[in-house]
Design a protein around this ligand. Structure first.
Ligand code: HOZ
Length: 429
């Protein structure tokens, strides 16, 4: 029997890497079949180890806004390769990055660079706890803030994909300090705040949620959270790891005009390289060591290679606002195209979208939170995923993820995605 190179790699990987992958969603378990192993990518297309080409709508879960292997970013990284790429000591690019972040996201007065979105979120929560001298946090069911213990309660992304929103290994003590509210439900938040008076350090939220599929905040919801936090001395943390610099130059907070106290950022500020950051009000950030007593550190924080890639991309976004109009247009063309095809086929599936992010849910119900997202037909989603893949379109391998677009998508790519969508729907329904 002839096996593909991807299949051979996956078989080998399973014997030496848990589940054969280094992040669970990649394993294709939610959609059936085996994962494909990526060899390279350029623009909007990826190529697997067997040289199959796909138009892809993941874009490394957000950061590849300008498409893959962008030459300007590659050139910026090239310079670092001659000057060496890790010192464990301060560098000029870190200062430039901090300057750019604080300029593009004005709620961030001071920022600390770390290595991933997970690290940014766990650090932001620690700082909020140290600042308020309180222990509990509120998170929302279906939101995902990385895999730190305190976030693996009713978590989204891979955790819901595999039906384990609460992970073994998280101690009861940690779990007791994470209170769970419902997205778009201010009453559920107010009830927790009332029942835990003066005990809640932070409310952490994806202001546009992308880890239970894409779920948008309803009118007044984020304003309501801001209000509850102000009245109760709670630190409001926006996790903009996937939305920062993507949904607008200044992220969701600029687009919807609401200022959090702290913001967490991730791979986007590294142009796709491993990096993260958290920042916000100077009053809070001044509590971080060595300025203050709340400890957080990292040898690779502000790594030169990640900084050079991130600076190249963020500078470009800062100087070329037309990128955002371009992303909006591409998003609209795709979403409207899919809606039109669905109507023609008599399907009224829900599509949640904003700018360059969207999710097609296999249900006609309105999706506003974790509970409604879970009513989607997952078997049908799996069939759709495989059918699209067969036609050269690589989607996120789970219903509980958002799709991410890049400006590298051409009209021809969009037409191909729409053709694949129609053919796939006809095949699976
Ligand atoms: N939803 C995740 C990104 N925030 C998917 C990435 C992963 O878990 O591999």
């Amino acid at each position: 029997m002839i096996t593909s190179i991807s299949q051979q790699l996956f078989e080998k990987a399973q014997s030496i890497i848990p589940g054969g992958v280094n992040s669970p969603v990649r394993a294709f378990k939610a959609v059936g079949g085996n994962p494909i192993f990526i060899k390279k990518a350029k623009g909007a297309c990826i190529y697997d180890e067997d040289n199959n080409k796909y138009i892809e709508l993941i874009n490394s879960w957000g950061p590849m806004i300008l498409g893959h292997a962008n030459e300007m970013i590659a050139e910026a990284m090239q310079q670092v390769l001659t000057d060496s790429w890790s010192f464990g000591a301060p560098t000029r690019r870190e200062v430039e990055m901090a300057e750019l972040i604080t300029e593009m996201m004005p709620s961030i007065e001071k920022v600390r660079l770390v290595n991933s979105g997970t690290e940014a979120c766990l650090s932001a929560v620690r700082v909020a706890r140290g600042f308020t001298n309180r222990e509990k946090i509120i998170k929302f069911a279906g939101c995902y803030h990385g895999h730190a213990d305190c976030f693996l309660i009713a978590a989204g992304s891979g955790a819901i994909t595999f039906g384990a929103p609460d992970s073994p290994g998280v101690t009861q003590g940690v779990a007791n300090d994470t209170l769970i509210a419902n997205y778009n439900d201010l009453v559920s938040v107010q009830n927790l705040v009332d029942a835990n008076k003066d005990k809640i350090a932070a409310i952490i939220i994806e202001p546009v949620a992308g880890n239970m599929g894409l779920v948008l905040p309803e009118k007044g919801f984020l304003e309501g959270l801001r209000n509850i936090c102000d009245k109760n001395g709670i630190v409001l943390i926006f996790d903009e790891v996937m939305t920062g610099f993507r949904l607008a130059k200044g992220g969701v907070q600029e687009r919807l005009n609401i200022k959090p106290d702290l913001t967490t950022l991730g791979k986007i500020i590294g142009g796709g390289l491993p990096v993260g950051a958290y920042g916000g009000k100077a009053e809070i950030m001044n509590c971080v060591a060595p300025a203050g007593k709340i400890y957080q550190a990292g040898t690779l924080s502000g790594n030169p290679l990640a900084m050079s890639a991130g600076l190249a991309m963020l500078n470009y976004l800062n100087e070329n606002p037309s990128v955002y109009q371009n992303l909006e247009n591409i998003g609209q063309k795709l979403v409207q195209g899919i809606q039109k095809i669905n109507q023609k086929l008599g399907l009224n599936y829900t599509i949640n979208s904003i700018g360059s992010m969207f999710t097609l849910f296999f249900t006609s119900e309105k999706i506003v939170d974790f509970g409604t997202a879970q009513r989607s037909d997952l078997v049908l989603f799996g069939k759709y995923f495989q059918s699209m893949l067969k036609r050269g379109v690589y989607l996120a391998p789970s219903q509980f993820e958002s799709l991410f677009l890049s400006i590298a998508l051409t009209q021809e790519d969009i037409d191909h995605i729409l053709y694949a969508h129609e053919a796939s729907m006809k095949e699976i329904i």
